[in-house]
Design a protein around this ligand. Structure first.
Ligand code: PLP
Length: 387
């Protein structure tokens, strides 16, 4: 059997894969089983922040691998302590809880919100408001938080305590605070899986204010938008927000599984000994990889991400078959006249890997993709989208 046949035979059919086996790569170039070259405009869904097999990242990861690959959270370990310090110093947050994924980072945020509200607002204040069209993960509880009914259908009963409002519906949000006992509001600044849709900045600020006026927490899911993706370290900075909890994962460790919940002063001591945990969370190899990424996300680098984003966006202006461009920095969505999946398939044929998000073509290239490759990929995507 070849890889494709073996995969079909033995892996649960939860993923509809593209008809390509990726075997190697360097930077923003990746090669399939036949040696065909692709420009990577998806980064494994915003994960390989500095591209494939980045030398600095490999150096950091292999150095840690040859020291100690796992300690458990029963012992102190330098990489995760250093990473937590760096995350706090760069964001002004006070504490970090490490997990392995975005869903788990959100699980932590949900636990923090429930316990914070139990202490400060009362036992019955456990409801969390999220937005319609949001995506917060695949565990039963983070699916419950996810404001997309079709994800819920097969797995009921959902975890109780989640309410959804339409993005932009400030009145609806206020009303929920009058009629329900709310612990927190949780939003993505740019809905990723939901179709690369930015929140209206006025609504985002209002949501934060309404939460705070009612003693509830304002929490931002930066699993996809975080770690330099939008040209800010975290996307909430673009919106002038000051969240109480920030969750992140995907690009944090540049290709190793790592999630984090960043906790502000207000909630830094909400979870105590034994209240939460993870066997692998904060693994030293993943943390060493993350340190090598985060150290490079300085203002100079981030402004280059912004420039690359503007450069890429400009390529699609007035392009045939592209009706609109959404997103910020290097997280862009193209509303195409042709079905997005068709455009992505055509681009792949021509040597560019892109993603879809609902009805959009979604672009999430490595943050350091060279301008030449960005221009080459943009031309191919335009050809694929053209009428
Ligand atoms: C991908 C994603 C998640 C889930 O992350 P996993 O690592 O797959 O658990 C949660 N929230 C957002 C916004 C995401 O994009």
């Amino acid at each position: 059997m070849n890889t494709r046949q073996r995969d079909e035979a033995y892996i649960a059919h939860t993923y509809k894969r593209f008809p390509v086996e990726l075997v190697s790569g360097k930077g923003s170039l990746v090669y399939d089983e036949n040696g065909k070259r692709y420009i990577d405009m998806g980064s494994g869904i915003a994960v390989t922040s500095f591209g494939i097999s980045d030398d600095v990242w490999i150096g950091a990861v292999t150095a840690q691998l040859s020291k100690i690959q796992h300690t458990s959270n029963l012992y102190y370990s330098a990489p995760c302590a250093e990473l937590a310090e760096l995350l706090c110093k760069k964001t002004g947050m006070k504490k970090v809880f490490f997990s392995n994924s975005g869903a788990e980072a959100n699980e932590c945020a949900i636990k923090v919100a429930r316990e914070y509200a139990r202490r400060n607002l009362g036992e019955d204040h456990y409801k969390i408001i999220t937005l319609e069209g949001s995506f917060h993960g695949r565990t039963v509880t983070t699916l419950s938080a996810t404001g997309q009914e079709h994800y819920h259908e097969k797995f009921r009963p959902m975890t109780p305590g989640f309410l959804h409002v339409k993005p932009g519906d400030e009145k609806g949000l206020s009303k929920l605070f009058e009629t329900e006992k709310i612990a927190a509001v949780l939003v993505e600044c740019i809905q990723g899986e939901g179709g690369v849709i930015e929140l209206d900045a006025g609504f985002a600020k209002a949501a934060q204010d309404i939460a705070h006026e009612n003693g509830a927490l304002f929490m931002v899911d930066e699993v996809q938008t975080g770690n330099g993706r939008t040209g800010a370290l975290y996307a909430y900075e673009n919106f002038g927000l000051r969240p109480d909890v920030v969750t992140t994962a995907k690009g944090l460790a540049g290709g190793l599984p790592l999630g984090a919940a960043l906790l502000s002063e207000k909630v830094e001591n909400v979870l105590g000994y034994g209240d939460h945990g993870s066997t692998f969370g904060g693994n030293p190899v993943a943390a060493a990889g993350a340190l090598s990424i985060l150290k490079r996300l300085d203002p100079d680098f981030l402004s280059k991400v912004k420039e690359k984003g503007a450069f890429l966006r400009k390529k699609f202006e007035f392009a045939s078959g592209i009706e609109a461009v959404s997103g910020i920095g290097l997280m862009l969505g193209l509303k195409t006249v042709k079905p997005a999946a068709e455009v992505v398939a055509a681009a792949m044929e021509k040597g560019v890997l892109c993603l879809t998000a609902k009805d959009k073509v979604r672009l999430l290239p490595a943050l350091n993709i060279p301008d030449g490759l960005l221009a080459e990929a943009a031309e191919i995507i335009k050809e694929a989208a053209a009428l």
